[in-house]
Design a protein around this ligand. Structure first.
Ligand code: EPS
Length: 361
C-alpha cells in the first residue's frame, strides 16, 4: 500500500492517490466526509476551518460503493483558492519553528511563500481521506482505531491511569466516545473547558499551544511487522508515520519514556493465558504486533505562526524584524490526533496486506 499527496494550502486543492488497496472494500462518501470534518473542526482552529467544507470527489478506484483494486484518487478542492487566486503574498520574515527558513534556503527562493504553502498542515486533509480507505480495510478484520487528547499546554486531563488506557478495550472505547463530544478531543469534559480557556488566553496574547494525544488500536492480530529488518519493525514504521505529522516532536509506544525508569521485572508484561495482565509494551514486542492494544502517545509543539511574533530577520537585508504573521490556528492538537488515526491506519493496513496479501477482500 502506498500513497502520494499533492497540493498547497491556498492552491486549487489537494489530491491523493492510494495504490494497492484490494478490491471489494465497501466505502461510502458520507463516512469519508465525516472523517474529514472530524479533522477540520476543533476549538483553537482558525477562520480557515469555517471557509473549507472539504467537499471532495472520489475520481477513481471505486465503483458501486466498492474498491476495484485500481488506484484510488480523491480530489479536495480548496474553497479559499478563490480568495487567493491571482494574489501573491511574499513572506520575507521566516517564522521560527516553521519550515520557512531552511526551506527557502534549500530550494533557492527569495521568500518563504513557496515553502509555507506546501508545509501547511492543510495537506493533512488528503492524508485523512486516504486513511479512511485503510480504516475500512482494517475494519473488515475487526481492527479499530481510537484517539483522544490528554493535554493542552500545561493542562493535563484527569483520565483513567495510563495502564488502563493501554490495556482495557472498554476504557479505550469510552474515552473515544467522550473525546468525540469534546471540542478539544479531550475525554474529560470538565478539563476540556479548562483547555478551551487556556486556548482563549493564548489567542488573546497572540500565542499558540501544543499538547499530547494518544492513539489506541484494538483488534490487531499477532504478527504485523517484523523483527528481521529495521524498516519492517512495526513500531519504527508507526513512529515515523506519526512523526511525519506537522508539529509532532515526540512519539512513544506503550509506556515509552517511562519504561526507562523501571527495572526489567517491572517493565515487561508477563506472558500468561488467556490474557496478559498488563500491556506496558503497547502491543508491540521486537517490532511485531503481539495481539494486545497498540498504544501510541505523541507530543505536538505549539504552532509556529504567532500573532504576537518572535524575532526574525528580513531575508532581503538580514535586518532584525518580527516574524511574518498570517491567519493561522491557535491550537490543532485534536486535529493532529485525527490525522494520526489516518497515518496509523495506513501503516497497519500496509502491514496487514504484507501478511495476508490478496487482490480482493
Ligand atoms: C495552516 C494554517 C491555517 C490552517 C491550515 C494550516 O490556514 P490559513 O493559513 O489558510 O489560515 O487553518 O489548516 C487548514 C486549512 C486545514 O484544513 O487544516 C498552516 O500553516 O499549517
Amino acid at each position: 500500500l502506498r500513497f502520494l499527496t499533492a497540493g498547497e494550502s491556498h492552491g486549487q486543492g489537494l489530491v491523493v492517490i492510494l495504490e494497492g488497496m484490494p478490491a471489494g472494500i465497501e466505502v461510502n462518501e458520507e463516512e469519508l466526509s465525516k472523517e474529514l470534518s472530524r479533522r477540520r473542526k476543533g476549538y483553537g482552529r482558525g477562520a480557515r476551518a469555517n471557509i473549507e467544507k472539504d467537499d471532495f470527489s472520489i475520481v477513481s478506484g471505486v465503483l458501486n460503493g466498492k474498491t476495484t483494486g485500481a488506484p484510488i484518487c480523491v480530489l479536495i478542492p480548496n474553497k479559499d483558492y478563490e480568495n487567493w487566486k491571482g494574489k501573491y503574498v511574499p513572506i520575507y520574515a521566516p517564522r521560527p519553528g516553521h519550515a520557512d527558513f531552511p526551506g527557502m534556503i534549500k530550494y533557492g527562493f527569495e521568500d518563504c511563500r513557496p515553502i509555507a504553502e506546501r508545509a501547511s498542515a492543510r495537506e493533512t486533509a488528503a492524508r485523512v481521506a486516504c486513511g479512511y480507505f485503510a480504516k475500512k480495510l482494517l475494519q473488515k478484520e475487526g481492527i479499530k482505531i481510537f484517539s483522544w487528547v490528554v493535554s493542552i499546554g500545561e493542562i493535563e486531563a484527569n483520565l483513567p491511569p495510563i495502564e488502563e488506557r493501554m490495556s482495557k478495550v472498554d476504557v479505550v472505547e469510552k474515552l473515544f466516545q467522550l473525546a468525540e463530544l469534546s471540542e478539544v478531543r479531550c475525554p474529560n469534559l470538565e478539563d476540556s473547558e479548562r483547555m478551551k480557556k487556556l486556548i482563549d488566553q493564548a489567542k488573546e496574547k497572540g500565542d499558540t499551544l501544543g499538547g499530547i494525544f494518544e492513539v489506541a488500536v484494538v483488534g490487531v492480530p499477532v504478527g504485523l511487522g517484523s523483527h528481521v529488518h529495521w524498516d519492517r519493525r512495526l513500531d519504527a514504521r508507526l513512529a515515523a508515520s506519526i512523526m511525519s505529522i506537522p508539529g509532532v516532536k515526540g512519539v512513544e509506544i506503550g509506556l515509552g519514556f517511562q519504561l526507562a525508569k523501571l527495572f526489567g521485572s517491572e517493565a515487561h508484561d508477563p506472558i500468561q493465558k488467556p490474557k496478559r495482565p498488563t500491556n506496558k509494551a503497547g502491543g508491540i514486542e521486537g517490532g511485531i504486533s503481539n495481539g494486545e492494544i497498540i498504544f501510541i502517545r505523541a507530543a505536538m509543539k505549539p504552532i509556529p505562526t504567532l500573532a504576537n511574533p518572535l524575532p526574525s530577520i528580513d531575508v532581503r537585508n538580514d535586518q532584525p524584524c518580527p516574524a511574518h504573521v498570517e491567519r493561522s490556528d491557535v491550537c490543532a492538537v485534536g486535529s493532529a490526533a485525527v490525522v494520526a488515526e489516518a497515518m496509523v491506519a495506513l501503516v497497519l493496513a500496509d502491514a496487514l496486506l504484507e501478511v495476508k496479501g490478496g487482490d480482493r477482500w
